[in-house]
Structures are given as C-alpha cells and as structure tokens.
Design a protein around this ligand. Structure first.
Ligand code: FAD
Length: 329
C-alpha cells in the first residue's frame, strides 16, 4: 500500500463509502477526519446483498465485481470474522419476467456459475456468486478499525466543504445529500423497504425472484445477525420528495413491509409466521452516472456519489479508487 503520510483528508459523509475510504486512506498513513451529521442512514438500511450487477452504468458493475473480490480477500485480514459471508445465490425467474440480463456479452468477467444456463433457459434460474454483508455490522466494524488507526469522527453538518480548513483533500461521500450540497440534479432516487425477520431454524442462503410484480423480491439469510432480510421494492421519488421524507425523520413504510412479508411468504412459507424484528425504509442514492473523480473546478475535492442500490457492495472498490486519486495527487 502506498505511503501518503503527511496528507490530511476530510471525508464528508460517514456511510459505507465514507467509512471504507477512511479505512483505506488511514491504513496508507493519511490523517483522516470524517464529518457526519446523521441526516441519512442508508447504510443501515442495506439488505446485505452484494453481487456483480449488470447496470445501466457499467462502472457500477465493475466496481461491484471488484468490491466482492475485496470483501472476500479482506474478510479475514481486515474485518472481524462473520461480517462477510460468501454465497452462491439462485435467482429464480418466472416465465413472465422481462429478459435478464440484457446483453449477455456484457456479463463477461462477472462470476456467474454457468453463464451458458442463462442462454438456455432463464426460467430455471441463474446462480450468482455473491457476498452477504450486513450494513450495521460492517459500519460498526469499520468504526472500531478507525479508532485503532486514529480516524477522527466529527458529528457536524458540513454546509460548505470548501470551508473545511487544513485538508489536502476533501471527499464528498454524502450519498443522495450531494443533490442538496452541490445542487446535483442528476439523481433519480428510489425509495426501498426491507423487513428483518428472526431467522427460522435451519434457514440459509440467498433467494431472489423476478416475478413481474411491482418488486423484485429477495430473501437474504444473515448468519451474523441471526436475521433474514426481505426486500426488493423500488419506488421512484423526486429529489424534493426525498428531502421531505428525510426531514420527516425517515419513517419506515410499514404497509410496504407487510406487503413484502405476505408476498415472499408465498415462495418461502416458513417465513410467514416468523418473529418480526423491524422494518426500515431508505432512499437509494441513484444517479444517472456515478461520480467518482476529482472535481474539475476544485483541485482538492473528490466526488464519490451515486452508487444507487449498491453502495455497500462497491464501497471497498470505490475506496481503493479514491486512494489512487489521492496518491497520484
Ligand atoms: C432498501 C435498501 C436496500 C439496500 N440494499 C443494499 C444491498 O443489499 N447492498 C448494497 O450494496 N447496497 C444496498 N443499498 C444501497 C446502499 O444503502 C447505498 O448505496 C449506500 O448507503 C450509499 O452509501 P454512501 O456512503 O454513498 O451514502 P450514505 O449511506 O447515504 O451516507 C451518506 C452519509 O453522509 C451524511 N451526510 C450527508 N450530507 C452531509 C453533510 N452535508 N454534512 C455531514 N454529513 C452529511 C449522511 O448523514 C450519511 O451518513 C440499499 C438501499 C436501500 C434503500
């Protein structure tokens, strides 16, 4: 890892992107401070599923592939045991589902178990190599690592990152809040809900269906938390609607949660009467193209936003990219 000993870096945003970036930079020797105002908590909403994805923005797919490799490589070296679990997930398809994925050739390099299956009969299902990373455990583990490395956490709202004194670099890792901080109108946020249920005895694995309802439901068994997370809903919202919801205290959408339990129980009846833990709703920081580069007008500002529903999956790869940018000046 390169030495960047004398540099000081301020990271605005302590979600998965900001916290992974802090870890990588501090490990390389930089002096790192995170500013977080606690206004968004999408990292905690995370369902915990990471897989290589065929996205409208190919960069997300590449970062996801790299992110999964880094999670697997770093799980024992860096993260405490149990935070990361490797899974081979079967994505079940219904006959009515839209073709998935579009453009099979673009999947080259992604770790599907047997890409030939895709072409033969998509109704049978696709086996995807993935990781399960519960967001709340990950962020807690990163906090502990930060303490050991001297990363400072300041619980403050940053109104203007240009005002942060003494930082050689400032990383904008504010997620959707970048829409307000930088008046970035490229976001197309979407609201999603996940329900956590207590894992029934013997339940394991990751399941997903593309059943042409108003969601692409999934169920993810998290050994480390003892929960099953179910989710898969997507409701487009405007940037203004997202802000209203954040200002209302980010309330969970309980009706959507109930829909998820009913719907997924039709596939997995063992989840129908399982102990309920909680419902979380969040807004995915979806952007038409991710922003992962130095600001053209400000030599010390690095933007890292717009990772949509994949922020946890891509975070270690994004952090590596930011380290490269800092090292190359
Ligand atoms: C229902 C749902 C399920 C999801 N499931 C998955 C999944 O299975 N796998 C996956 O990889 N991803 C998943 N995601 C997406 C993931 O949660 C996001 O992509 C991720 O949280 C984005 O991380 P981030 O660090 O860019 O931003 P965020 O997590 O939004 O963090 C930004 C942080 O910056 C702080 N902040 C913002 N503005 C300021 C400011 N001006 N001053 C100080 N602090 C500020 C906020 O309080 C927040 O803590 C899911 C999202 C939802 C909604």
């Amino acid at each position: 890892m390169p030495e960047i000993g004398s540099l000081s870096v301020a990271i605005v945003g302590g979600g998965p992107i900001g916290k992974w970036t802090a870890l990588m930079l501090a490990k390389a020797g930089a002096s790192v401070t995170i500013f977080d105002d606690g206004s968004l908590n999408t990292g905690h909403v995370n369902a915990g599923w990471g897989f290589a994805y065929h996205s409208h923005d190919p960069a997300v797919g590449h970062l996801a592939t790299q992110g999964i490799e880094l999670y697997l490589r770093m799980q024992d070296e860096v993260l405490p045991p149990g935070v990361v679990t490797e899974e081979w997930s079967t994505v079940q398809r219904s006959a009515t589902a839209a073709p998935f994925p579009e453009g099979l050739d673009e999947l080259e390099g992604y770790r599907l178990l047997d890409p030939a299956d895709l072409a033969v009969n998509m109704v049978e299902g696709v086996v995807v190599h993935s990781v399960v990373v519960p967001g709340e455990l990950l962020l807690g583990a990163l906090d502990e690592l930060h303490k050991d490395l001297g990363v400072k956490l300041i619980r403050e709202h940053v109104a203007n990152p240009a005002d942060i004194p003494d930082a050689d670099f400032v990383v904008n890792a504010t997620g959707l809040a970048s829409a307000w901080l930088y008046n970035d109108r490229e976001f197309t946020p979407s609201m999603g809900t996940v329900v956590r249920l207590r894992k029934p005895e013997g339940f394991s694995g990751v399941y997903a269906w593309d059943d042409a309802t108003n969601c692409a439901p999934y169920a993810i068994s998290q050994e480390a938390t003892g929960n099953v997370v179910i989710g898969g809903t997507t409701k487009p919202v405007t940037i203004e609607e997202a802000r209203d919801w954040v200002e209302a205290g980010s309330p969970p959408d309980l009706a959507t949660g109930e829909f998820l339990v009913d719907h997924i129980s039709t596939y997995l009846p063992e989840l129908a009467n399982t102990e309920y833990v909680r419902t979380d709703t969040g807004i995915r920081p979806e952007r038409s193209d991710i922003l992962l580069a130095k600001d053209q007008n400000d030599h010390r500002l690095i933007h890292a936003t717009g990772f949509g529903g994949f922020g946890v999956t891509v975070a270690p790869a994004v952090a590596t990219r930011i380290l490269d940018i800092v090292v190359s000046g």
